[in-house]
Every structure is written in C-alpha cells, then in structure tokens.
Write a protein that binds this ligand. Sequence first.
Ligand code: SAH
Ligand code: SF4
Length: 370
Amino acid sequence: MIGLRVLKESITSLTKEDLTAWMKERGETAFRSNQVLDWVWKKRVSSFDAMSNLSEPLREKLVEAFDARVLTHVETQGSKDTTRKILYKLRDGRYVESVLIPANPALYGERSDRMTLCVSSQVGCAFGCKFCASGLAGFTRNLTAGEITEQILQTEELTGEKINNLVFMGMGEPMANLDNLLKGVEVITSDWGLGIGARRLTISTSGVVPGIQRLADFPKQVRLAISLHGATNETRSKIMPVNKKWDVSELFKALNYWNEHKKQRITLEYILIKDVNDNLDEAKVLASRAKEINAKVNLIPYNTVEGLEWERPSETHCRRFEKELVNRGVFTTLRFEKGHDIDAACGQLRLKKETSDGLIEEAPMKIKSS
Ligand code: SAH
Ligand code: SF4
C-alpha cells in the first residue's frame, strides 16, 4: 500500500541551511553539506552512491534519511522549438505536469535564449474557479519543495535545455502552499542551487491576500502576477470563489503594499470570456484599476474547456477590449497564438493519466487546444 508508507524527505527539498543543520547534528561540517549540494545541483547525480568524495558511513546516513529524486518522468508531448508538456509521476502515484516554453521570436527576437518553464505547485487546486480545469478537478495535496525544484532540474536533464525563466502558473495555487514554495524559491535562486535570478521568477495567484503580503515581505525580488479576470466584485465573484474571501478592494490594498516593497511591475492576467467579463464597461474599470497600481495587463482569450459553457469572444471583440485599455494608457498585451503556456498548463495530461490509473474515476473535462 504505497499510500500508507512513510515517505522520506527528498534531498532536493533542502536549503543549504537545512542540510548544514542536518550535518551538524551528526557531527559533520558545513564543508560536507557543500559537497552534497554540489553533487545534487551542479554534478546532478541521481543517487547517493555516486557521491564519491563522501565517506561510506555518511552516504549510508544520507540514504537512510533522504530520497535522492522524487519525480519519475512518464512522458513528453511536443517537440523541440515548440511548447513541450512533461508529465512526472510522484512517489504516491499522483502526477504533475510542467510545460517548457521557448521564447516567441515575434516577442523576443529570433536570437532570444529565453526558455520558460511553467511549474506546478499542487496536485489539483482547492480554489474552484469556474473556468479552470485544475480547479474543477478538486484538490489532492501540496507539492513538497523537492517536487517543485525537481521539475526544473529534471526538465533540464531530459531536454538538454537551460531554463532561465519560471512561471508558477501550472497546476495549483502557489500562495496556498507558500512554505514549500518559498523553500523551493530559495533553492532555485541560490548560487549553490539552480542559480536562476529571482527577477526571472513569476508567481501567479488568484488573489490570496495574506500570501501576497507575505511574499511582499520576502527579501527576493520575485515578480507577481494576479489572475484577476474581473475588475468588479460582481463579475469576479461570479467566476472566482476566492473573491468572496478577499474582494477586489482588499486585493488592491495588498497590491499597493506589494508595490511599496518590490520594484517589478505587477501583471494582471485577464482571461476574456464571452458575455461574462468582456463588457467594454468592465475594460474601463480594469484600466483604472491597472493604473492605480501601475500594472500591465495580459489579456488571454479563453481556451474552451469541454463540458463547460464558457466561450472565447471574437478576435474583433478582444481587440476592441484591448483598445479600451491602450487608449487609457495601460500597457497591454493580447495573444492568440496556438499552444499558449496557459492552456498547456492546466493539468490535462495529469488528469488523463490519473483516470487511467484509477486514481480519479472520470476525467472531469478536456481542454481543446485553440
Ligand atoms: N492558481 C494560480 C496559478 C495558476 S495560473 C492562479 O490562478 O493564478 C493558471 C492561469 O491559467 C490562471 O491565470 C488561470 O486563470 C488561467 N486559466 C485557467 N483556465 C483557463 C482557460 N480555460 N483559458 C485560459 N486561461 C485559463
Ligand atoms: Fe486554482 Fe488558479 Fe485554476 Fe483558480 S485559476 S482554480 S486558483 S489553478
């Protein structure tokens, strides 16, 4: 019964401080901890046996206490130069997805080496936004820090790509798993770890106010994206239950607090859903909200989810909505390209797999690529 086994902590969950403390308790020096971190994050070995400059007794202690790796690669969809979805199996039989997105030459130029990974933070999501497949499938559990950091480590190994940009826009609500997320961020941004600059990390939230405040106080300059999807309480409450807990005015108070502590501009994500939030009056309110916090707006035409009634507005209407914002001086992007990061990141591969393994009785829905 795999579910009942007590799982070991993974070495990829540990910060330098954690590992040094562990070593100290066993009479070992910080030098040993640096050696282990070097094997894990620089030499990238996947077993403790390979750590040849450690004594055998120390290696045995490490094996006893930790797993060296906790994700197993299952399958990759897509090919080089396109968006690739990578499915990993977790030790309890659950699945998690990461999505690798090369730079769009139209936005970043032909020679850009920007390589983004869209990372998941939970299995499922408890927030239940009405339009989102991750939410509709329900919540299973938080990912550990190691299950977060290994998505990057293993994806680099599998694909041979250097990931230099991260968006926490995969499955789950990162702010509802903030302890593990921040531990993961520490590993990801440290020189002894993955060494990706904090400014290259974007954390997306549906509006968990205490999480935004805590992240604002966190001493690294990570970026923040808000899944707004409605500029008024009326619209937002219809599609996002989180708005009943922290409404638009509380959310914007937290965003002002963010701006007092961080230099990077906030991004407001706004999915355009026909006859739900695409009214041009809503665009006017959105524009003034965006200006209030000096945010940029990313408009995303809705990706249809099978089994749900929501639809994407026409391209002409999306452009009109965009124009309302641009005319009011708001920096706005609107993208229609195929295989967009977000539709690719909604956990479909995971749902299919958990269904076939009997972990979920029936996949609630399927996202059609647009
Ligand atoms: N829970 C966090 C992180 C997930 S980000 C958050 O909500 O911000 C995933 C993004 O994809 C969110 O902005 C979400 O609103 C968006 N999304 C979900 N379903 C979508 C769909 N069908 N079409 C387009 N975007 C969608
Ligand atoms: Fe969860 Fe974000 Fe989807 Fe809402 S949009 S259900 S918070 S993953």
